[in-house]
Write a protein that binds this ligand. Structure first.
Ligand SMILES: [Zn+2]
Length: 360
């Protein structure tokens, strides 16, 4: 699937001149190629195609040195544009529509040129355009996927770059199923459908090892060789755990997005996460954050919805009658005195999260 991203450009005076120079060169070339097609047909009764014309460019540059100041693929795209205009014309003739023959372009009707493959690179807050320079660009959002073409347009004295990007889209049939997800320490997550999502065994094992190693490091004397060695091993294990966790978050998020049309999470308090130095908690935080992030972007490209709701009281509230049922963290079952509803503590919380998302 092709997606277009358009950004405002802020060229310098010199760059503006180069852009207008390119536009004018492309326009003149377009009109020249059109004229040649018309003449070839009139005089010899044959029609020139894209290749006939694009192959003539090297020779043309000998006679018109100004063409050398325009990126060669940009020139080729001019021939492509004319070819497209002709193909559209023939299509209309064939289908019996009123067919306007391709026309010569006056200055005000030629306002863009295209780099079809190379010649353009985004570097920080600039886009490097071959033969034009590093032009300031306002990237309000990074383009996603693989950038294919870059078209420069001038409109009402404003300059724009439009990138056409190849984005992979998951083809999913629409789903009306909705789910609330309660993230926890005991289990990675529990859903409002009563499903428990655990971390895989190998990840839990690595996390346990991580905790043990962390303790070992802090017991060793600062500056000692043993400590340095332990720190190195710890760093390597940290990386391994991070990768395992990432893989798992990818798997779980894919499952969720495949199954549900709407997925509700608690809003994670990133501020608290950063402050938290307790290892077990920080490991859990990292896993949750990643899961929510991955689910959100996968959902976006699959046309699904992710909602994050206020986490207040989700575990205390009765999802059946709305009364507050106080319980300590150790109490694993929600049992409501008001309405008699009984459920797993986390499932009750997950249902509350879903209900809050639907109400918002
Ligand atoms: Zn109740």
């Amino acid at each position: 699937m092709l997606v277009a991203y358009k950004y405002r450009l802020y060229p310098t005076k010199q760059q503006k001149q180069a852009i207008h120079f390119t536009l004018e060169r492309c326009r003149l070339l377009y009109n020249r190629l059109l004229e040649e097609r018309i003449l070839a047909y009139k005089n010899e009764g044959n029609s020139l195609n894209y290749y006939d014309q694009a192959n003539s460019f090297n020779e043309r540059k000998q006679h018109i040195p100004a063409l050398k100041q325009v990126h060669s693929q940009v020139l080729q795209d001019v021939a492509k544009r004319l070819d497209k205009a002709y193909q559209a014309f023939f299509r209309r003739v064939k289908s019996g529509e009123v067919a306007g023959i391709p026309r010569f372009k006056p200055e005000q009707r030629y306002d863009s040129f295209t780099y079809p493959q190379g010649g353009h690179t985004i570097i920080g807050s600039k886009v490097r355009l071959s033969k034009i320079g590093d032009v300031k660009i306002k990237l309000h959002r990074q383009p996603q996927g693989k950038i294919k073409t870059c078209t420069i347009t001038v409109n009402n004295g404003k300059y724009y770059a439009c990138f056409s990007c190849e984005v992979e889209r998951q083809h999913l049939s629409s789903s009306s199923k909705q789910v609330g997800v309660d993230l926890g320490l005991m289990h990675l997550a529990v859903t409002s459908d009563g499903e428990t999502i655990e971390s895989p065994r190998h990840l839990r094992k690595s996390e346990k090892r991580l905790k043990r190693l962390q303790r070992e490091v802090s017991r060793k004397k600062k500056g000692s060789t043993r400590r340095k060695k332990a720190v190195r091993i710890l760093a390597r294990l940290h990386e391994k755990v991070a990768n395992q966790r990432k893989d798992h978050a990818h798997n779980v998020s894919r499952e969720l997005v495949n199954q549900y049309g709407l997925i509700a999470f608690e809003k994670l308090n990133v501020q608290n996460m950063i402050k938290n130095h307790h290892l077990a908690k920080s490991i859990a935080d990292a896993g949750w954050n990643q899961l929510v992030q991955f689910t959100t972007y996968k959902a976006e490209s699959a046309g699904r919805v992710v909602v994050q709701v206020d986490p207040r009281n989700t575990s205390q509230l009765c999802s059946n009658c709305g009364e507050i049922v106080k319980k300590a963290l150790s109490v694993r079952v929600h049992s409501c005195d008001h309405c008699g509803y009984t459920a797993d503590r986390d499932v009750n919380a997950a249902i509350n999260i879903l209900q809050r998302a639907l109400a918002s």
